[in-house]
Design a protein around this ligand. Structure first.
Ligand SMILES: Cc1cc2nc3c(=O)[nH]c(=O)nc-3n(C[C@H](O)[C@H](O)[C@H](O)COP(=O)(O)O)c2cc1C
Length: 327
């Protein structure tokens, strides 16, 4: 599949997740096979352009190409400027967020709230496409609520505006993250436009990925929550798509190595104080997937107040888990 001039190595994409898909996590998922890893959303608000959080979210050092940066806003001029600034900062693809249902975002009529106003959608997309030379992609939901499913109409507007790929999370804004995913609406989008369509929502296994490809006819699938604490899921899905019957589940040694490497990268990227806090979140997810891990370890990890103690506890957790497995 291509996005503008970029040919993706395969058809698996890491979903943008604010507070999660930072540079260390994107790099980890790319190493496990994701062909593209979209950044956390970056506000187009000019007042936030140079603040620390924005600059950190726009940091792509060491990331393989193509680097996709997601922007969020509702003012065509601000979005155009944000796209230019991020392209200048190294983004090779600009992704526009019209999928986020967060109240904080929707109250400002950005994210999925924009889907209500198709005229504004068209103006905003045209302004961004005109502003940059890099390809622009769009992420949407299937509509505002179950009575207003306008994904097909928005996708056609997007294609006319010059958008080069469209990701669809198969739920409406009102559905949040619950209820069944409407893969049929994604299929309808795929039938309606000629640009690549990326299917998203509840893909959590190789079998599910294969079923979603079959049901939607999508060009790629985008995976979000299912890779938290198991970035190797990309490799497992790829194996299945490549027809390998032996799925490559990681050994305990590999998992330990991944966690330690991830923690070192978080400390280096955020500094010790913030790195410690962010590490707790990720280790909580890793432990959920670790066979034979005692439940008390999660609490103990959260109580550690230095990088040295966090790293030492990971070693302890793994020797305990290995002994339990051997017993
Ligand atoms: C914690 C969290 C943060 C998210 N942040 C973003 C975001 O910044 N931009 C965006 O377009 N979608 C965001 N999403 C939505 C995901 O990209 C994705 O569409 C959704 O989680 C459904 O995919 P999944 O079932 O594979 O997780 C977020 C989702 C979660 C759970």
């Amino acid at each position: 599949m291509h996005i503008g001039p970029y040919r993706l190595a395969n058809r698996l994409i890491l979903a943008p997740m604010a507070g999660i898909t930072d540079q260390p996590f994107r790099r980890l998922c790319r190493r496990y096979g994701a062909a593209l890893a979209v950044s956390e959303m970056i506000s187009a608000n000019p007042a936030l352009r140079d603040d620390r959080k924005t600059l950190r979210r726009a940091d792509h050092r060491g990331e393989p190409e193509p680097r996709s940066v997601q922007i969020l806003g509702n003012e065509p001029a601000h979005m155009a400027k944000a796209a230019r600034v991020n392209a200048d900062r190294g983004a090779q693809i600009i992704d526009i967020n019209m999928g986020c249902p967060a109240k904080k975002v929707c109250n400002k009529a950005a994210g999925s709230a924009l889907l209500k106003d198709e005229v504004l959608v068209g103006r905003l997309l045209e302004a961004v496409v005109k502003a940059v030379e890099v390809p622009v992609t769009l992420k949407i939901r299937t509509g505002w609520d179950p009575d207003h499913r306008n994904a097909v109409s928005v996708a056609k507007i997007a294609e006319s505006a010059g958008i080069r790929a469209i990701a669809v999370h198969g739920r409406t804004r009102a559905c949040g993250f619950s209820g069944p995913v409407e893969y049929r609406t994604i299929q309808a989008v795929k039938c309606a436009v000629g640009v690549p369509v990326i299917a998203n929502g509840d893909i959590d296994s190789p079998e599910k990925a294969a079923a979603v490809f079959k049901e939607t006819g999508a060009d790629a699938v985008m995976v979000g929550r299912a890779v938290l604490g198991r970035p190797w899921l990309f490799r497992t899905i790829l194996d299945r798509l490549d027809g390998n019957s032996l799925t490559s589940m990681p050994s305990m040694t590999e998992i330990r190595g991944v966690i330690l490497e991830h923690l070192h990268e978080l400390y280096a990227f955020y500094g010790e104080a913030l790195g410690l806090r962010i590490a707790r979140k990720h280790v909580g997810w890793y432990l959920e997937h670790l066979p034979s891990c005692r439940s008390e370890f999660g609490h103990r990890f959260n109580a550690q107040d230095s990088t040295t103690r966090q790293l030492a506890l990971i070693d302890l957790i793994f020797s305990a888990a290995t002994q339990e497995l051997a017993a």
